[in-house]
Design a protein. Structure first.
Length: 130
Protein backbone atom coordinates (compact mmCIF):
# COMPACT_ATOMS: atom_id res chain seq x y z
CA UNK A 1 0.00 0.00 0.00
CA UNK A 2 1.30 3.45 -0.84
CA UNK A 3 1.42 6.41 1.54
CA UNK A 4 -1.51 8.17 -0.12
CA UNK A 5 -3.60 4.99 -0.01
CA UNK A 6 -2.93 4.51 3.70
CA UNK A 7 -3.92 8.10 4.46
CA UNK A 8 -6.96 7.87 2.21
CA UNK A 9 -8.10 4.68 3.94
CA UNK A 10 -7.69 6.08 7.46
CA UNK A 11 -9.21 9.40 6.49
CA UNK A 12 -12.28 7.92 4.85
CA UNK A 13 -12.83 5.53 7.76
CA UNK A 14 -12.73 8.44 10.21
CA UNK A 15 -15.08 10.51 8.04
CA UNK A 16 -17.54 7.60 7.81
CA UNK A 17 -17.40 6.97 11.56
CA UNK A 18 -17.82 10.67 12.32
CA UNK A 19 -20.83 11.00 10.01
CA UNK A 20 -22.30 7.77 11.37
CA UNK A 21 -21.89 8.90 14.97
CA UNK A 22 -23.45 12.29 14.19
CA UNK A 23 -26.43 10.96 12.23
CA UNK A 24 -26.99 7.80 14.29
CA UNK A 25 -25.94 8.93 17.77
CA UNK A 26 -28.69 6.77 19.27
CA UNK A 27 -26.95 3.72 17.82
CA UNK A 28 -23.46 4.69 18.95
CA UNK A 29 -24.29 5.76 22.53
CA UNK A 30 -25.17 2.24 23.75
CA UNK A 31 -22.33 0.77 21.67
CA UNK A 32 -19.82 3.05 23.37
CA UNK A 33 -21.27 2.36 26.82
CA UNK A 34 -21.25 -1.39 26.19
CA UNK A 35 -17.58 -1.30 25.16
CA UNK A 36 -16.68 -0.71 28.79
CA UNK A 37 -18.46 -3.83 29.97
CA UNK A 38 -17.88 -6.22 27.06
CA UNK A 39 -14.55 -8.11 27.36
CA UNK A 40 -14.94 -9.68 23.92
CA UNK A 41 -15.32 -6.30 22.25
CA UNK A 42 -12.39 -4.89 24.18
CA UNK A 43 -10.16 -7.82 23.25
CA UNK A 44 -11.20 -7.71 19.59
CA UNK A 45 -10.48 -3.99 19.27
CA UNK A 46 -7.10 -4.54 20.93
CA UNK A 47 -6.27 -7.29 18.47
CA UNK A 48 -7.36 -5.22 15.47
CA UNK A 49 -5.39 -2.17 16.61
CA UNK A 50 -2.29 -4.28 17.28
CA UNK A 51 -2.42 -6.08 13.91
CA UNK A 52 -3.10 -2.88 11.99
CA UNK A 53 -0.27 -1.07 13.74
CA UNK A 54 2.11 -3.98 13.19
CA UNK A 55 1.29 -4.19 9.48
CA UNK A 56 1.86 -0.46 9.02
CA UNK A 57 5.14 -0.48 10.93
CA UNK A 58 6.39 -3.64 9.23
CA UNK A 59 5.86 -1.99 5.85
CA UNK A 60 6.35 1.68 6.66
CA UNK A 61 8.61 2.52 9.60
CA UNK A 62 10.12 5.71 8.19
CA UNK A 63 11.05 8.63 10.45
CA UNK A 64 12.95 10.77 7.94
CA UNK A 65 10.80 13.83 7.34
CA UNK A 66 10.59 13.56 3.55
CA UNK A 67 7.06 14.80 3.90
CA UNK A 68 4.66 15.34 6.77
CA UNK A 69 2.63 12.38 5.58
CA UNK A 70 5.59 9.98 5.83
CA UNK A 71 6.07 10.64 9.53
CA UNK A 72 2.28 10.80 10.10
CA UNK A 73 1.77 7.26 8.77
CA UNK A 74 4.61 5.89 10.88
CA UNK A 75 3.24 7.70 13.94
CA UNK A 76 -0.28 6.31 13.31
CA UNK A 77 1.20 2.81 13.00
CA UNK A 78 3.08 3.08 16.30
CA UNK A 79 0.03 4.56 18.05
CA UNK A 80 -2.15 1.71 16.82
CA UNK A 81 0.44 -0.89 17.85
CA UNK A 82 0.83 0.54 21.36
CA UNK A 83 -2.92 1.02 21.76
CA UNK A 84 -3.53 -2.61 20.83
CA UNK A 85 -0.76 -3.81 23.12
CA UNK A 86 -2.08 -1.80 26.07
CA UNK A 87 -5.67 -2.90 25.48
CA UNK A 88 -4.59 -6.55 25.36
CA UNK A 89 -2.20 -6.38 28.31
CA UNK A 90 -4.15 -4.00 30.58
CA UNK A 91 -7.79 -4.03 29.42
CA UNK A 92 -9.40 -2.69 32.59
CA UNK A 93 -6.88 0.14 32.89
CA UNK A 94 -7.39 1.10 29.26
CA UNK A 95 -11.19 1.05 29.51
CA UNK A 96 -11.05 3.31 32.59
CA UNK A 97 -8.53 5.61 30.93
CA UNK A 98 -10.53 5.96 27.74
CA UNK A 99 -13.75 6.47 29.69
CA UNK A 100 -12.18 9.21 31.79
CA UNK A 101 -10.45 11.07 28.98
CA UNK A 102 -13.09 10.84 26.29
CA UNK A 103 -16.58 10.03 27.55
CA UNK A 104 -17.87 9.52 24.02
CA UNK A 105 -21.25 8.23 25.11
CA UNK A 106 -22.01 11.56 26.83
CA UNK A 107 -20.97 13.88 23.99
CA UNK A 108 -21.49 11.73 20.92
CA UNK A 109 -22.29 14.49 18.42
CA UNK A 110 -19.41 16.72 19.51
CA UNK A 111 -16.93 13.84 19.24
CA UNK A 112 -18.49 12.86 15.91
CA UNK A 113 -17.58 16.28 14.51
CA UNK A 114 -14.02 16.03 15.87
CA UNK A 115 -13.59 12.58 14.31
CA UNK A 116 -15.08 13.68 10.96
CA UNK A 117 -12.87 16.78 10.76
CA UNK A 118 -9.79 14.71 11.61
CA UNK A 119 -10.83 12.29 8.86
CA UNK A 120 -11.23 15.14 6.38
CA UNK A 121 -7.74 16.46 7.18
CA UNK A 122 -6.16 13.01 6.84
CA UNK A 123 -8.12 12.35 3.62
CA UNK A 124 -7.09 15.72 2.22
CA UNK A 125 -3.43 14.89 2.87
CA UNK A 126 -3.89 11.46 1.28
CA UNK A 127 -5.52 12.79 -1.85
CA UNK A 128 -3.17 15.79 -2.00
CA UNK A 129 -0.09 13.56 -1.94
CA UNK A 130 -1.53 11.16 -4.56
Amino acid sequence: MTEPQILQMFGLIYVAIGIGMFINSDFYKPLLKEYKSNPAMTTLTGMIAFVLGFVIIANHNVWEPETVTTVMITFIGWLALFKGLIILAFPTVMVKLIGGIAPLSHHTKAWALVIAVLGLVISFLGFLVA
